[in-house]
Structures are given as C-alpha cells and as structure tokens.
Design a protein around this ligand. Structure first.
Ligand code: SF4
Length: 433
C-alpha cells in the first residue's frame, strides 16, 4: 500500500459520539483575554484598501501600538481617534471632532475605500453613537468610500470576536447575487493570502466554483451573497457573521475546521459533497496534499505523542486544535477550555474529540489555574498574560494568539501547525538538559 493510500479520505469516527453530548463545565469569573481591537492586527493586512479608525482612549492606542508596533515603519492602515475627558463637554463636539478627523484622514489617504469606525470600551466612547456617525460619514464620502462600524470593546468581545464583529458589519453591504446565479462557494474567515491561494487552486482542481472569500483582499471586490451561496467557515469564532449571512439566504456547509490532514480533508469534502464531486476525483486531487501534510507532521508526532496538553479559553480555536493534536499527534487532552462553545458550528469537532475529554466554557481564571497546576500538564496553551507566570512556575506554554497570527490552515501548513506545539517542548528540554 502506498503512503497516499494509507491516508483515509473520509473522517473515521471511533465508536460513540465523541463529545457531542459531553457535559461542559460552565465558568463565570475573571477573564484573562485581549479585547476585540486585537483583530485589527491581522484584518488590516487582509483588506488592503481598508482603514480601521479606532475611536478610543490612550489605552487603546497603546495596546495597538505595542501589539502591532512594526507598522510604524509603514504607512499604517489603522489609527486611533482619541476621545478624552475634554470631549465629554458635549457629544456634538465629539461628533464634530470625529468628522474632522475622518475628513482629514480621507483627504490624506485617497487609497482608502472602506473605513471602519471601531468602538472601544471607555465610557466616553460608549456615549457616542458610532452607527449614526458611520451612516452620516458614509453619505458624505459615498460612493468613493464606504463607512462601517463595529465594536472591539473589551466589555463585549474577546480578541477573535473583533474579526466576527468586523465581518458581520460587512455582510449587509455585500451585493446580492444575480437572480440567475448558479451555486457559489463563500469561504468565511480571514486566511493568510498564501493559504487562500492554495484553497482556491484546490477548489478549482476539484471543479467547485465560483469561489469567493470574506474578507476580500479589496473592498472593491465584495463577494455577492444570496440563497444560492453555500458558505464554509474557515474560523470557528464567526457566530454573528454566520447569522448575518444566513439572514441573506446563504447556507452553511457543516464541517470540521481546516486544521491538519483530517480537518482539511473533511472541510474540502463538505464542499465536494455539496457540488456532487466524484469521490475518485476528490481522492486524486487531494492525494498529493494529504501525503505532503502527513510527511510534514510525522516528525513532530514523535515529539508530541503521549504529551499532556491543557487549553485555557482564549481564541475559540481550542476545540479544532485539540482535535488535531489528539487524533493526528496522539497528544492527551487534560482540559479544553473555550471562551464560547457554539455547539452547532462545532458539532463536527465535538464528534471527533475523544470521549471523556474535559470541556470548559467561559473562564474563572483562579479556578482554572488551580486545575492546571494540579494536573501539571506537559504543555499549556494560554493568553500572553498567563504565559509568563506559568513559565515562572516551571510549566511549558504556548501563546494562543500566535495560532491566530500564523498561517496554520490547509495541507501545506499542517507541519507548521504541529511545530508550533513541538517548539516550546523542545526548548524546555534544551533548558533542562
Ligand atoms: S477597547 Fe477597552 S479593553 Fe481594549 S484597549 Fe481599549 S480600553 Fe482596553
């Protein structure tokens, strides 16, 4: 049997329902997560003619500057309009000030075609009605510049929900599909351009199309949407965007997320089944990718197999990552925490998790730290705020935010994905040796 034949095309479930009906520990308490403004760091790279104007405080400006400091060397595609105590004097003044800042920005940057006003959590900002401001400014600068708004406030969002809020704000302005349109596929969720190109080639080779992506690379190429749109989520944190697309008639193709060989295959297969693609053709088109990914991950499986991993809730990527690490890397799952568990969007992932996995939703950071210390796992996946103290206690950690910044989806990134988990373990071994 060749290496390619040895890789199953279909997702094989062990007997039972995985974790579909598993109890979930619901926790409410202090959280340790970044706010939704963080999403701007990857979104501004994706939509190249957009600009993200944060309406916020100096704290927001500092967060963005330190998190994305590298941008000071380039013409940035985000900035902060700082609303401070002085502006509390009168809301009309704050609105006039915002209009002035936007007019100045658009005069200086004629390349901007889509402007997001991004709300934050200071009380001064909450008092401003940004949706009205977006409508007012949208009228002033139409048709050249579209103005949308969403909230990245830490009160309402964790860091990946900023992307959800951003994409959901775009959905009402997507053009309708033509009445005679054949079925089209919309891939939803920001992917690195290199990953997007790989998927585009695979869909084309499979005979699936037309294929569009949300977010698009340019605001001038917004994907059409309507009842003939079938959409695949590329990220697990897009509940509001999915709801908005379904209100426009689009239909979700249920699938696990495209992480690892198995997840990528099942994700592609969901589209292939909707397009009635011959299974033999699917096998032929995906064989080389599956083989490359299996070879690339084999080396890391040796380092990861048998190791015990603990996930703090942070990115909402936790369940798909846990599925990949347990089924393809033979890791043992101690606890899988997630900020929110969307049972419908994650049904296929839950079914693939080993029965008995401890799942938790929400956060009570002190309780979870106690459980983590008691379990003493080999590797902890957590936010930046927890990583340093845990490292100081002798634990090995992986920053969950890195998994959002790094291209990890698809066959050709499966090796990089495995390496992200193997690297801290190898580093710790070297330190100990
Ligand atoms: S939006 Fe709120 S949580 Fe985020 S940086 Fe600004 S003040 Fe901090």
């Amino acid at each position: 049997m060749s290496a390619i034949e040895a890789i199953p095309v279909t997702v094989t479930r062990k007997a039972g329902n995985g974790c579909v009906d598993a109890p979930v520990l619901k926790e409410r308490g202090q959280r340790e997560v970044f706010c939704g403004l963080t999403g701007i760091i990857w979104l501004h790279r994706k939509i190249q003619d957009a600009f993200f104007l944060i309406v916020g405080s100096r704290t927001c400006a500092h967060l963005m500057q330190s998190a994305a400091g590298v941008m000071i060397f380039a013409e940035p595609r985000f900035g902060t309009a700082i609303i401070d105590e002085r502006d509390l004097a009168g809301i009309s003044d704050a609105n006039a000030e915002l209009d002035r800042v936007v007019a100045q920005l658009l005069a200086r940057r004629p390349d901007i075609r889509l402007l997001f006003l991004v709300g934050s959590c200071p009380s001064e900002v909450i008092k401003l009605d940004l949706s009205r401001a977006a409508a007012r400014l949208g009228q002033s600068f139409a048709p050249k510049v579209r103005v949308l708004n969403y909230s990245g406030s830490g009160i309402e969002t964790t860091f990946t929900q900023g992307e959800d809020a951003c994409l959901a704000s775009m959905v009402p302005s997507l053009p309708p599909e033509l009445p005679s349109s054949a079925a089209s596929l919309l891939v939803v969720g920001a992917l690195a351009d290199v990953v997007e190109d790989q998927f585009r080639r695979l869909f084309s080779a499979l005979g699936i199309g037309p294929v569009t992506f949300l977010p698009p690379r340019s605001a001038m190429r917004l994907p059409p949407v309507g009842p003939n749109t079938r959409y695949l989520l590329a990220q697990p944190f897009l509940a509001d965007t999915a709801r908005a697309l379904e209100e426009r008639g689009a239909v979700r193709l249920a699938a696990p997320f495209p992480l690892g060989v198995e997840g990528t295959t099942a994700w592609l297969q969901a589209a292939a089944q909707a397009w009635n693609i011959d299974p033999a053709h699917f096998e032929a088109v995906t064989a080389a990718g599956r083989e490359r990914a299996t070879r690339a991950t084999a080396h890391y499986r040796q380092q990861l197999a048998g190791k015990r991993i603990f996930f703090f809730p942070d990115s909402q990527l936790e369940l798909p990552l846990a599925r990949f690490l347990s089924r393809e890397m033979d890791m043992s799952l101690v606890e899988v925490g997630t900020p929110f568990l969307h049972r419908q969007h994650l049904a296929e992932e839950l079914a693939l998790l080993p029965e008995g996995t401890v799942l938790s939703e929400g956060q009570h950071v002190e309780n979870q730290l106690d459980r983590c210390r008691e379990a003493n796992p080999d590797l902890v996946v957590c936010g930046l705020g927890l990583a340093n103290p845990l490292e100081a206690e002798g634990m090995t950690t992986k920053w969950s935010i890195e998994l959002v910044f790094t291209p990890i989806q698809g066959y050709d990134q499966a090796g990089d994905l495995a390496e992200l988990f193997a690297r801290p373990l190898v580093r710790r071994m070297r330190l100990v040796a």
